[in-house]
Design a protein around this ligand. Sequence first.
Ligand code: GCW
Length: 703
Amino acid sequence: MAGTSLTPVAQAEDGYDLWLRYPQADAPRSSGISAHATAIIATGNSPTLTIATRELQHGIAGMTGAKPALSATVQQGALLLATPASSLALPVKTDGLGDEGYAIRSTMVDGKAVTLIAANSDIGLLHGAYHWLRLAQSGESLDNLDIRSAPKIGLRLLNHWDNLNGTVERGYAGQSIWDWWRLPDWKGPRYSDYARANASIGINGTVLNNVNAKADSLTAPYIAKAAALADVFRPYGIKVYLSVKWTAPMELDGLKTADPLDPQVAAWWKAKADEIYKAIPDFGGFLVKANSEGQPGPQDYNRTHADGANMLASAVKPHGGIVMWRAFVYAHDNPDDRAKQAYSDFKPLDGKFADNVIVQVKNGAIDFQPREPFHPLFGAMPKTPLMMEFQITKEYLGQSTHLTYLGPLFEETLDADTYAKGKGSTVAKVIDGSLEGHKLTGIAGVANIGVDRDWSGSIFNQADWYAFGRLAWDTSLSADAIAKEWAEMTFSPDAKVVQPVVKMMMGSREAAVDYMTPLGLAHVMDTGHHYGPGPWVSDLARPEWNPVYYHKADANGIGFDRTKSGSDAVGQYAPPLAKLLASAKTTPERELLWFHHLPWDYRLKSGDNLWDGLVRHYDNGVRYVADMQTTWASLKPYVDADRFAETEAFLTIQHREAQWWRDASIAYFQSVSKRPLPAGSAAPAHDLNWYKALKFPYAPGHN
Ligand code: GCW
């Protein structure tokens, strides 16, 4: 530790505490924190307020070494948590803060200088407490605070793709944290720790089970298990939701059909909803994957997605529940460009959904690729509330070990301009409802959580969970600012750590794009598990399962022509954008091969021809990972041994795999392009057949 200004790390860290570590702060900071928390006063004693005051006590004790007392009377320098229902005269208006927002102000109450956290509800106070603790942990000043914060998006949910047998589809952090077998009797400490972590970033709901759902989740024993979890989560402001299988009425109770217009089917769902709400009075509602990748749905009965969604919606409506109906659909018998199919199915249904249905749309039109243009449905269904679905778990971005911070991916999509109502009609405005005046609004992230001690499979994967929550609360935050506060809390507020860590993070997703899918390529991962490269795969039953379908490389060129001369997916975007995307010259280069099939000697903005430019992107990606290794090595004095060693090892894996991605991709594309590598680019380490022969039957996350 000699030569550093940081406090030595007292004990090994395993990542369990996430960004809520509250380590001892150095002297000036620690006394600053103490001075603003001489006591904690809460005007009430609900379970939620108890959680808030305990968290404050715990956090302050960690950072200062002294636990502030709870007090019944206002005193100088106290932290005061109050709603307008309290008997104190509060010098802060809570209008506009809604049910979940809060204000934090350095002010006078009862003649004493205090930090007042005010909100309309105890949940708002809890969020405010976490905000104050975030400031304290990240070394921000606690003087002269004047903060108001309320989420613009109503539903901020995690989607767990967790199966009842404990496995997690596309999970890379171990088995499911839901111990279905021992629920409802045994409610381990993980559940409240999970709720705490989510509450700290403003997440207010969780879908417990996989969208590839089993009907069993709706049986009485499993409803009781879900109810037990709901009881744990409730004081944290988190509701539970369930994914449902369309044919549950047939599977569970022998109905002859699952036709949504059949009265018996509707009655079954109504009774089922009543049963669930009896056990979980604040149950959130249903999430549905229908007529997609083999899941049953209303189309099996010649009904539409709207028919299906509305029938379920009327079952939960009397209880205030909602239906989230996924737009991730593509059909095995539809020869049209897969990127177009969801729009073709859903756009005609605009205006046909009940008012408690929200359509859940993935960020891009294919499937959570390292980069995709925003989904053309955003902005195209003005009469229908649309919610965003991001994937926090990194199915296509290096799975558990690669350091690929997703903040920039989320931000890029939210900031994308749909031009639906002219310039500035961003995706963020579509999903926060402001573009069309919708009240029902939402955003979901497919969770990266499992029983691994560090929750997310690596320390840096925690940042993706964190960034999702923070952006869901406030889409205007920058990925960079979020990375900074995460690094401050996860490692240390010292700039010597924060700056290099944030720098590593901020370029890491672009690096993954470079070594996996540069210039707008997509879906070139190996089959099934999606781990590693497989651009050569061409023998799967359905065309759109094969990577060759997506890149269309041949002797003449590479890329998917989605202009009028091709699939015309471009025509699904608003005219000003469609016009830009119609020409390769006006298409952002990062999305070039997504929209265009171009000759190998097409000239890029850099002056390189397409082939040379492609190879350079692969090289850049690998180089970036090597740079991250160097940066990380330099941080050894400042990071506790365990978290340092794990990250170091994972970066070694990432470097090896980035090289593999680069080499295998180049070996394959060169076999097609027949072009020499540009000067300075090394030949792949092996020949193409060597890469093709690699098999990974036990890669995780794949059922
Ligand atoms: O990303 C793909 C995954 C599937 C997943 C599907 C979906 C839950 O490969 O594992 O299934 O999308 O989103 O429904």
